[in-house]
Design a binder for this molecule. Structure first.
Ligand code: PLP
Length: 246
């Protein structure tokens, strides 16, 4: 396994070129889980295809949220199943259930079913959850207002956070990190927010690189404008209070 930096298409190309493996699979998040930015999936797909490598996109955070029908980062970029042979998604985020899936062509899925140890030896989803997931996918595809609503809240949050001078990341998705750069400070701010009624987790190394410890806000279409405004105020207070303490 060779790693490349976050979204770095040229570096991924060099890594692929350096490998003499018979089969090569390039993997990326669709929406990056800790930064909320969208991977350059079109450029990655084109680059992988030119090298006869396969592309796998884990779009846990894009599915249901991005694209006209909630098809995620791939729908947004207009990419086909032929350009991205493997899509991994979870049911536990926008779809509000639990479990996950791999989508690809029939032969590939047969191969996963026969060879993927974690799949072969795990218990299948209970039927009730499978039914809930099917309904959730239908709702995500047909109820675009949920996507528009969460996009509105993202814009509202970012405008408020900018007004308060908060250390926003460069994300247009419902994952909105606030970079604090210190684990103790992130924990203290998270605790202060919890005490004020807001559940905002502190993300620390090794989940993110040392020195980029952060608060990670996740917005949902179910939040209200007033909740988002109150969150911005509480974040500003927590971030200021912990700056003094740090
Ligand atoms: C990119 C990505 N893929 C997969 C997962 C796993 O999701 P699940 O909760 O379905 O195990 C996560 C969890 O946060 C994630 O961020």
């Amino acid at each position: 396994m060779l790693r490349y930096r976050h979204g770095a298409v040229d570096e991924a190309a060099r890594r692929l070129d350096a490998s003499d493996a018979r089969g090569r699979l390039l993997a990326t998040d669709g929406v990056f889980s800790m930064d909320g930015d969208i991977a350059p999936v079109a450029a990655l797909a084109q680059m992988a295809q030119r090298r006869s490598a396969w592309l796998l996109v884990d779009d846990a955070h894009g599915l249901g949220v991005l694209g006209e029908q909630g098809g995620g980062a791939l729908e947004l970029a207009g990419l086909s199943a032929q350009q991205v042979p493997l899509l991994v998604g979870t049911l536990g985020k926008a779809f509000g259930c639990s479990g996950a899936f791999v989508a690809g062509d029939r032969d590939l899925i047969d191969c996963v079913m026969q060879r993927a140890r974690s799949y072969v030896y795990t218990t299948a989803l209970p039927p009730a959850l499978a039914a809930a997931a099917v309904t959730a996918v239908d709702l995500a595809a047909t109820e675009g207002w949920r996507r528009r609503r969460v996009a509105e809240l993202v814009a509202r949050f970012r405008t408020g956070a900018q007004r308060e001078g908060l250390p926003l990341g460069d994300s247009q998705t419902p994952i909105q990190p606030l970079l604090l750069g210190d684990p103790a400070r992130a924990l203290a701010a998270s605790q202060q927010l919890w005490d004020a009624g807001f559940w905002v987790t502190a993300i620390r190394a090794p989940t993110v690189p040392r020195g980029t410890e952060r608060l990670r806000v996740t917005l949902s279409a179910a939040h209200t404008d007033a909740q988002v405004d109150a969150l911005v105020t509480a974040l500003a207070q927590a971030i200021r209070a912990t700056a003094v303490a740090a």
